[in-house]
Design a protein around this ligand. Structure first.
Ligand SMILES: [Zn+2]
Length: 188
């Protein structure tokens, strides 16, 4: 139970991160946070007995952590909303990969640029299911008759917290999911 996830809000009740129940209890006992939503589970130690929180709010902290949109495979998958850009279907994370639109073997011929120049970037990488990824190989979209669902671009904004809708619902977090939380439906 001490490893269960707890949603951390700033003083203005905007979600800032997810932490473990262990860390959340440390913040509560140090009077650095208040419980907002509690579970029915209680942790007891010789000196304290405390209900395991599901949501806490940090006292005296109104900021939002800065977040640059980091280029990563997972963020490409989230940018594309877990939808394969080749067959346009949504998949579970485990069936998703990231694929180059213009393959490495054709990059120079098509773009006239070296592989170090724009090849593995937001604009040439898309979310692909593993089946399409296999079928695509070193071909161009035009050779396969495929079209991208959306033109890949660098996202201007990424939410601070990305969680599944089902998890947020189960943990009672939905009322606290503000503008900076992206809820993803894991089941299509
Ligand atoms: Zn696909």
């Amino acid at each position: 139970m001490l490893n269960t996830d707890v949603l951390v809000l700033n003083s203005g009740f905007i979600p800032i991160r997810i932490t473990s129940a262990r860390d959340a209890i440390c913040l509560l006992t140090a009077d650095k946070a208040i419980p907002v939503l509690q579970s029915d589970y209680i942790v007891r130690s010789p000196s304290v007995s405390i209900k395991i929180p599901s949501v806490i709010s940090i006292l005296g902290y109104n900021d939002l952590p800065r977040r640059k949109v980091v280029f990563s495979k997972l963020n490409v998958i989230y940018r594309d909303d877990m939808t394969c850009q080749f067959c346009h279907q949504r998949f579970l994370i485990r069936d998703l990969t990231v694929d180059h639109v213009i393959p490495g073997s054709r990059w120079q011929e098509i773009t006239g640029r070296s592989l170090r120049d724009g090849y593995s970037t937001w604009t040439n990488m898309v979310c692909a299911c593993r089946w399409c990824n296999n079928r695509k190989g070193n071909k161009l979209l035009s050779e396969l008759g495929w079209t991208l669902r959306e033109q890949p671009e660098e996202p201007k904004y990424m939410p601070h917290i990305i969680i599944s809708f089902e998890k947020a619902q189960k943990k009672g977090w939905l009322p606290f999911c503000a503008f900076n939380v992206k809820l993803i439906k894991m089941i299509t």
